[in-house]
Ligand binder design. Structure first.
Ligand code: OAD
Length: 270
């Protein structure tokens, strides 16, 4: 493992345009359960997954019922998103923010809705599956801070008059096209992709590494590194160059220490 940490640091230090992809695994050490790990939400409660598949349709058919479920006033959803706004970043989030400050990481593209990358100080965050911090209008695409709405009167309405939903993307809901285009463009541009804490089974997000890999390996291609508790399809199918197996909150700070040792003179970006 120590060799792979050194290898990742050397690859990051040598890169000129690195991006990070993250999933629920980077937040488990902050106390947010992942989905498919041993203590995952879907692993321990398959009914919750079945319920999640209904959520988008519920919003389209009955926005008030959707909001009652999301706020935990009915059903089993129990105010999950509101609780998520209370959690704090862990060393893995801070390590990613530090790599951005060092000018190495240009974008962090996350499936997580918890906002912990921003809380750790990362500035360029793309929320592929939305965020609990915002509401979004499916008609005109506007987004609003959740704090602008009391949510006492349901459903909250957009300035265009249509009901707002959480910005969070639910199963069967299309990824907003602005985010999807921007993420694909980064996958086609980067020379290093660091993939952290994702099982890489949910599409279209899971297609981003293969998209980058299609640009080849070696000096003119893309280096793809995984940091994950378990091997993933990207590991098994050889999409990633290597996996550093373990916890992101432990491994990423070690990678950053090594990067800083390699680049002591590298200028901090404010
Ligand atoms: P998953 O729960 O599918 O995968 C999390 C991965 O992180 C697993 O491979 C875990 O083994 C690993 N893991 C857990 N804790 C870790 C740690 N501390 N360090 C390193 N690895 C760790 O979560 P995602 O891949 O993010 O979508 O799931 C993708 C999407 O599925 C989510 O965005 C969500 C869900 O359904 C929607 O809700 C649309």
């Amino acid at each position: 493992m120590q060799d792979l940490i050194k290898q990742a640091a050397a690859d990051l230090a040598a890169s000129s345009y690195a991006i990070v992809l993250t999933g629920a695994g980077v937040s488990t050490e902050s106390g947010v359960a992942d989905f498919r790990g041993p203590k995952g939400i879907w692993t321990t409660n398959p009914q919750a997954e079945a319920q999640a598949y209904q959520r988008y349709e519920r919003f389209l058919n009955d926005p008030v019922a959707y909001w009652q479920e999301m706020l935990g006033t009915v059903g089993t959803s129990s105010n999950f998103y509101r609780q998520m706004r209370e959690v704090a970043p862990n060393p893995g989030h801070y390590a990613i923010a530090r790599l951005e400050q060092l000018g190495i990481i240009k974008w962090t593209i996350t499936q997580n809705v918890d906002g912990l990358h921003e809380k750790a100080g990362t500035r360029n965050v793309m929320h592929y599956h939305g965020t609990v911090e915002k509401l979004r209008c499916l008609s005109c695409g506007s987004r609003f801070s959740v704090d602008e709405y009391s949510l006492d009167k349901l459903p909250p309405l957009c300035r265009c008059g249509r009901p707002l939903k959480y910005d969070v993307v639910h199963f069967k809901e299309p990824i907003p096209s602005d985010i999807m285009d921007a993420a694909e463009s980064e996958a086609m541009k980067c020379d290093l992709m660091l993939i952290c804490g994702t099982s890489a089974v949910v599409y279209p997000f899971a297609a981003l590494p293969a998209m980058a890999r299609s640009r080849g390996r070696g000096a003119s291609g893309v280096k793809i590194i995984e940091v994950n508790a378990d091997p993933t399809p990207l590991t098994q199918q050889g999409v990633s160059d290597y996996l550093i197996q373990g916890k992101t909150g432990e491994i990423l700070p070690l990678v950053v220490d090594e990067v800083e040792r390699l680049l002591p003179q590298r200028r901090n970006h404010d």
